[in-house]
Design a protein around this ligand. Structure first.
Ligand code: NDP
Length: 312
């Protein structure tokens, strides 16, 4: 059970964590980045990434994250495979304890634990994830050009994803478990007016259906919650938009969170309510949620940590 000391402790290794690590390393702060449960973050569960600047052709999400991590290591980040289980931020230096039993002592802390898309949790969903089933229309919508897709959910995300997909796909069907949407009225009006979009009410997905070899989605089995009736609905793609959960369990009651559990940062900055604790990426962003914005705030957090250390 080792004890690790660092000027900058980074929790999380997605785009925000890796970028913070690169900047902190290049500022000679010898950061430690603790991987977390999903090394590389959400990009490791996408397939092609076409909107991260710097690449003429699409790159694979897992490959991009591998490169970011290698870059962080190359410039001097110590990367540790561990998941933080407990933090004590009551005084500086901050203390974090990993599941391994190791203790991490950081003069500053950058929280980059991200958010997790909520999934339906049915077995066939995993089978077709990345092969027709996605939780990100901005990432994967392009691959359904001229094809038929369904969007599951009834909130702002579902409506936005459906409208976004209507510019790409042939037909978009929103599948919602109740008979009214919870999304804002203005979004609903746009949705109902859109000739490419229709809604199936009171229904949930029972199963994703498709081919093996190659794995490809062809339909969803729907259950009408009012009648109990089962139907098969043909589709090439299914976008799950039932919300995201920020990974802030560790920080509840310690770092200020908003009503949805996201870390509250000072507008335009990465500072939190605790001096010396910064937050970057999706853990503090419920609006943009892009790899490039996560990387951007990771950079900001490292620069703010550097400035903080200079002042102390
Ligand atoms: P929400 O929690 O608002 O909506 C989730 C939707 O998914 C609900 O309609 C819910 O149904 C449905 N749902 C949840 N679990 C399941 C399940 N297991 N099976 C089927 N359906 C399910 O999440 P969003 O991601 O839409 O939004 C999150 C937050 O971000 C909100 O505050 C939203 O306003 C905000 N947001 C803002 C945007 C903007 O301002 N431009 C854009 C996107 C999001 P039910 O309605 O029955 O509960």
């Amino acid at each position: 059970m080792a004890i690790h000391h660092t000027k900058v402790l980074i929790i999380g290794s997605g785009a925000a964590g890796c970028t913070a690590a690169i900047y902190a390393s290049r500022a000679s702060l010898a950061p430690i980045m603790v991987h977390g449960m999903q090394p590389g973050g959400q990009l490791t569960i996408t397939t092609d990434v076409e909107n991260f600047p710097g690449f003429e052709h699409a790159v694979k999400g897992p490959w991009l994250m591998e490169q970011m991590e290698k870059q962080a290591a190359h410039v001097g980040t110590q990367i540790i495979h561990d998941t933080i289980a407990k933090v004590d931020l009551s005084k500086r230096p901050f203390i974090a304890v990993g599941e391994s039993g190791d203790t991490y002592i950081g003069e500053t802390l950058i929280i980059a634990t991200g958010a997790s898309a909520r999934w339906l949790g049915i077995p066939s969903e995993k089978q077709f994830s990345g092969f027709g089933v996605s939780a990100c229309a901005t990432c994967d919508g392009f691959f359904f050009k001229g094809r038929d897709v369904v969007v599951i959910g009834g909130g702002n995300s579902a409506v936005e994803e459906a409208l976004y997909l209507s510019n790409i796909a042939n037909r978009v069907t929103v599948i919602h478990r109740r008979d009214s949407l919870r999304a804002e009225k203005i979004g609903q009006e746009r949705l109902f007016k859109n000739p490419k979009v229709s809604v199936i009410w009171d229904s949930v997905i029972e199963e994703f259906i498709g081919t093996e070899n190659p794995t490809s989605l062809t339909a969803v089995r729907l259950k009408n919650l009012k009648t109990g009736g089962l139907t098969e609905y043909k589709t090439d793609g299914a976008f799950i938009a039932i919300g995201h959960t920020p990974n802030t369990e560790l920080f509840k009651g310690v770092v200020t969170l908003d009503s949805e559990g996201y870390i509250v940062t000072t507008p335009g900055r990465t500072t939190t309510n605790i001096p010396g604790v910064f937050a970057a990426g999706d853990v503090q962003d419920k609006i943009f949620r892009q790899a490039v914005t996560a990387a951007g705030t990771g950079c900001m957090a490292a620069l703010e940590a550097e400035k903080f250390l200079m002042g102390h």
